[in-house]
Ligand binder design. Structure first.
Ligand SMILES: [Zn+2]
Length: 378
């Protein structure tokens, strides 16, 4: 069904060939994105700990400064593909007619300056790790600033003075939308800049933009959008950048059923970013209230596991029989027991009935689940 806003619909349609063309994989490295960085005129702004270039793409030259960065965690590349999709669509909207088709004013480049860092942690990307080459989690380095990547991000914030900042991440696949068993494919947060979680005008605008993005995305994904916990974290960049007066928005890309490469979240990121840009230019987000933000269900951790076994009977030799659910996670090539007991709060991407089956041993958290799975398959 088409979106009632024809400009968002046009954007959605234009995304499809991009999604098929490139970057359709879960882990992106610098060499994967290099051709697009060249195409989009990226410029180096610094270097990683191991000397890889960190690049930034700029578009427009207007007074509204928007800064976005992705892959601060090296193993979180969904939004890297998304921002590169979005920037290609924006580049092709340089003339008035093309701009109007995707809902931007003809002179949008005179109104806004977009600054996008598509891969802040190229060393971690190369290794497939969250941390950088020093082993540091850059998103816990906002105060200590021991990582060159963290220092660079802070320097960019100081020199560009963005009024809107997008901090783009991936979350583990086990988050759900509130109490439901639906995976949180997208989660939003307007981070706090103080332990008391005050809302100043910049944070209000971030919450209004999130409420707007949620409304737009709900057309395509009514049950897959969540709101991240806003406990203050002084060591984290989002919270520190919110403290500079920028309307700061965290977007977490998450799982979607039967979508291991996270292409659904990739597409939704583009639609969300574009809807936010439209709303900043036409002030359409001002109609939203804090209640619209808090109406988004919470992003619940551990609401899902990879395999859930319901009500299996355990009959360890010489001990009393008992019934329990078992939650199993897929880690690399391994299957690992994550929980034994009453798992009524957790759903499985795959669910297996254990009724009537008697397993002749116990299993424990952290243990290998292969023997149990083999037993159930026979
Ligand atoms: Zn992250």
């Amino acid at each position: 069904m088409p979106h009632p806003d024809t400009t968002l619909n046009a954007l959605h349609t234009r995304l499809q060939p991009l999604r098929r063309a490139a970057l359709c994989k879960r882990q992106l490295t610098l060499s994967d994105i290099r051709p697009l960085l060249r195409d989009l005129g990226a410029q180096p702004i610094g270097e990683s700990y191991e000397g890889r270039p960190i690049e930034r793409i700029s578009m427009g030259h207007g007074p509204l400064i928007i800064l976005a960065w992705t892959q601060m965690h090296g193993d979180e590349s969904t939004a890297t593909a998304a921002v590169l999709d979005w920037l290609q669509l924006l580049r092709d909207a340089a003339d008035g007619e093309q701009a109007a088709a995707i809902g931007l004013p003809a002179n949008w480049q005179e109104l806004v300056t977009l600054q996008v860092i598509p891969m802040l942690n190229p060393d971690g990307a190369e290794r497939g790790t969250r941390e950088n080459a020093q082993g540091i989690d850059i998103n816990r380095d906002a105060l200590a600033q021991q990582s060159p990547e963290g220092r660079l991000l802070w320097q960019q914030v100081q020199s560009l003075r963005p009024s809107v900042a997008f901090n783009l991440h991936d979350q583990n696949p086990y988050y759900t939308v509130g109490a439901s068993s639906e995976p949180a494919t997208i989660a939003f947060l307007a981070p706090a800049y103080h332990p008391d979680k005050h809302v100043d005008s910049a944070r209000l605008q971030a919450k209004q933009l999130i409420a707007h993005m949620r409304k737009v995305l709900a057309h395509w994904l009514p049950n897959g959008i969540a709101r991240y916990n806003d406990s203050y974290s002084a060591r984290s960049f989002g919270d520190q950048i919110a403290g500079t007066g920028a309307s700061t928005i965290l977007i977490e890309s998450g799982a979607h059923r039967d979508d291991p490469e996270r292409q659904v979240a990739r597409e939704l990121n583009v639609l969300a970013l574009h809807a936010a840009l439209q709303a900043l230019l036409n002030e359409q987000a001002r109609e939203y209230t804090l209640a619209d933000y808090y109406a988004i269900p919470e992003n619940r951790s551990d609401g899902l596991c990879d395999i859930k076994i319901h009500q299996l009977t355990f009959v360890p030799q010489g001990r009393e029989a008992f019934q329990a659910d078992v939650c199993i996670l897929h880690k690399g090539a391994d299957y690992v027991v994550d929980f034994v007991g009453d798992a009524s709060n957790t759903a499985g991407f795959v669910e297996v009935a254990g009724h009537g089956k008697k397993y002749p041993a116990t299993v424990h958290k952290g243990g290998d689940a292969r023997a149990l799975l083999d037993f159930l398959n026979h």
